[in-house]
Structures are given as structure tokens and as C-alpha cells.
Design a protein around this ligand. Structure first.
Ligand SMILES: [Zn+2]
Length: 359
């Protein structure tokens, strides 16, 4: 029987799974699940048993958002996904006969883009995820040497934002270059503008950010009662919708009214911070040939990423000792799920070097 290769990417919000062509990295039929449903080891093991009923002739690469012990197949800590306990699902899978490897998700992403994606013709590659968190890894000659938690580096900026719930430090890079800035500052703006006078409230509830948050609320859980703009005149409903504001609502509002606040300020802040983040990583890993990024915030191309890349190009945001020629190419990956493909590439490097080194 011919061997099949499967990849799984356990992210902070979504879990993705698919069968991967080891030569091209293409994924056959990608499946998505909510990560929170599979936090328990038993549930995750059951899911794999369902997806791959026969472990024989199957190679499985799993990447996980957290600190991974590759040797012992354990996730030690996963701060951003809210998993505080050690995870040993991969050990259990091995004892059930699965041929499995486990790797950190930033490493898998970087491996994926280095082997199958935009980095494949370059030597030194940084893979980055701009999403709920901010992670990066560095590969050279298609070997991933290091991964970092650049999101938790000190970063001084106004306004002062708290890092993720599980870190909670002030003045870390992460909230500025992830979806946090939109969420925190968007909610804060409407809490501050919590206007009791009905005439003012009437104006506030028409704001494109609240409208976007309301629309998504109505599209969400079908058991909820459908809410109308008018319902936000009620304090409880208003607070509910404000608590549902996320960064994508801020960017939706920015597309509609680029000069309106708070979306303009939030966007300007993030463009600067993302440009800074390129400079920081290049200063750490220099020389870098290409940065390949992905993630939900990374999809805000016109609003955030392209202006940030331009700002980085036009300013010296590297260490002053680095030359201007040292600035790398920066692109978003066109790979649909680089973590899933990358987990399989990682598997191949460890378990099937004959395939890997002939790619
Ligand atoms: Zn932090």
C-alpha cells in the first residue's frame, strides 16, 4: 500500500487538517475545526482516529501553537491558546501505532514556505504569523534553526496596551502587530463613548465598527435573537455588541471611512508597529533574503501590510549598523495552509529524508 501523508495545524482558534502531496505541498480537502473543542488530549486523539482510521502507511505531522518538545512529543506550554497543561496527545498517538512528529507552528509555517512556497528559491527565510498572536521562525538552507516569540519582546509605544491574557505584560510587541490592537482600542473607544443621551447614542449606533460587529453577531450563533441597530439603544445590547468588536470590524470600517475614528488611529498605529517588527526581526536574523507572512491580520493587505512594507522600505528600521541593501523581500504567502503543508515537510525531514532531500 502506498504511503499517505497528513498534516495538522493546531492554532489558537482553528485546527486544520488535510492530506498533503509530499512533492508539491498541495492539500487535498482541508478540514477545519474549532480548537477549543479539542483542547483535551482524549478528544484530539479521538479526532485523529476518526480522520485516519488505519495508522499503517500513514505519516502524520502535527504543528501546535506552543512550546513543543519534539523529542518526547509533548507540548509543554501553549500560552496564547489558553492551554496551560502539558499536552501528551502525540505520545498517545504513537503508542496507538501512528507514525507522528510534533513541531511548533511557527517552525512548521517556515518549513512550509521554505520547501513549497515563496521561500523555496531563497537561502535565508523568515516565516511570520500575524494573527491572534505574533510568531516567527528562521530557516537557512531549508533547515529551521530557531523560532522566537517576538510578540513578547519589549516594545514601547503609545497608547500602552496589555499583552495577551496569559502574558499580561505591558509594552510587548504582540498587541500592536496582532488582532489585539483593533479589539482593545475599538472596544475602549465605544466604552468611552458610552453615551447616555439618546441623541448621541443614536449617532453612535450607526458607526461602521458597531454595524460590522452587529452584522457578525447576527450571522453567528443561530440560537441568538436577531438584533437590529435600534436595539443598541438599550444599554445591555449596546454593551454586548461592543464586547463583540474585533480587529476585522475596525478594518471593515476603515475601508468604508478611512478618515473616521477610531479606525484611522488604530490603523496608523499598527502600520508603524508592523514596519518596526520587520526591522526588529531583520536586525536579529540578518542577513535575511525573504520574509513570508500569513495570518488573519496578514490578510489585511491594502489596509495594513502593504503600507507597513512601504514604510519599512522608506525608513531605516534595522539596526543602524546594517546596510540598507540588507532589506529583504517581504510577501504574503499564497499557500492556503502553510502550517499543514509545513508539518508534513517537517515529518519528511525527520522520517523520510530520501523524499525530503530530493524535493
Ligand atoms: Zn507578552
Amino acid at each position: 500500500m502506498h504511503k499517505k501523508f497528513f498534516g495538522m495545524d493546531y492554532g489558537c482558534t482553528k485546527l486544520r487538517f488535510g492530506e498533503v502531496n509530499p512533492i508539491t505541498g498541495d492539500i487535498h480537502n482541508i478540514l477545519k475545526y474549532s480548537s477549543t473543542k479539542y483542547r483535551d488530549d482524549d478528544k484530539l486523539v479521538d479526532l485523529i482516529k476518526q480522520l485516519i482510521p488505519d495508522p499503517r502507511n500513514a505519516g502524520l505531522g502535527i504543528c501546535y501553537a506552543g512550546d513543543v518538545d519534539e523529542e518526547n512529543l509533548v507540548v509543554n506550554l501553549s500560552a496564547n491558546s489558553g492551554n496551560e497543561l502539558k499536552k501528551s496527545f502525540a505520545q498517545e498517538l504513537r503508542s496507538l501505532g501512528y507514525d507522528v512528529i510534533l513541531v511548533n507552528d511557527a517552525r512548521a509555517l517556515t518549513m512550509g514556505v521554505s520547501v513549497y512556497g515563496e521561500g523555496k528559491d531563497h537561502h535565508n527565510v523568515i516565516g511570520e504569523t500575524f494573527s491572534t498572536g505574533f510568531g516567527a521562525a528562521f530557516s537557512s538552507g531549508r533547515i529551521v534553526w530557531t523560532h522566537a516569540e517576538p510578540g513578547h519582546m519589549p516594545y514601547r509605544k503609545n497608547p500602552v496596551l496589555h499583552c495577551s491574557e496569559n502574558c499580561n505584560n505591558e509594552q510587548h510587541l504582540e498587541p500592536y502587530v496582532s488582532g489585539k490592537a483593533g479589539e482593545i482600542l475599538g472596544r475602549k473607544f465605544f466604552n468611552k463613548n458610552y453615551i447616555k443621551h439618546p441623541n448621541n447614542r443614536r449617532l453612535t449606533i450607526e458607526h461602521p465598527i458597531l454595524q460590522a460587529a452587529l452584522k457578525e453577531y447576527n450571522l453567528g450563533d443561530k440560537t441568538n435573537k436577531i438584533l437590529k441597530t435600534e436595539d443598541m439603544m438599550n444599554d445591555k445590547t449596546y454593551n454586548l455588541i461592543v464586547s463583540n468588536i474585533g480587529s476585522k470590524h475596525v478594518y471593515e470600517a476603515y475601508r468604508r471611512e478611512p478618515k473616521g475614528e477610531p479606525q484611522k488611529n488604530i490603523r496608523d498605529l499598527q502600520v508603524e508597529s508592523i514596519a518596526d517588527s520587520f526591522g526588529i526581526l531583520v536586525s536579529v536574523y540578518n542577513p535575511v533574503d525573504i520574509i513570508v507572512y500569513t495570518g488573519s491580520l496578514g490578510n489585511e493587505q491594502n489596509e495594513l501590510m502593504l503600507p507597513a512594507i512601504e514604510l519599512y522600505r522608506n525608513r531605516t528600521l534595522n539596526l543602524p549598523s546594517l546596510s540598507e541593501q540588507g532589506k529583504p523581500i517581504i510577501v504574503r504567502t499564497a499557500m492556503p495552509e502553510p502550517g499543514v503543508s509545513g508539518a508534513v515537510a517537517y515529518y519528511l525531514q525527520k522520517k523520510d529524508p530520501e523524499i525530503f532531500y530530493n524535493l
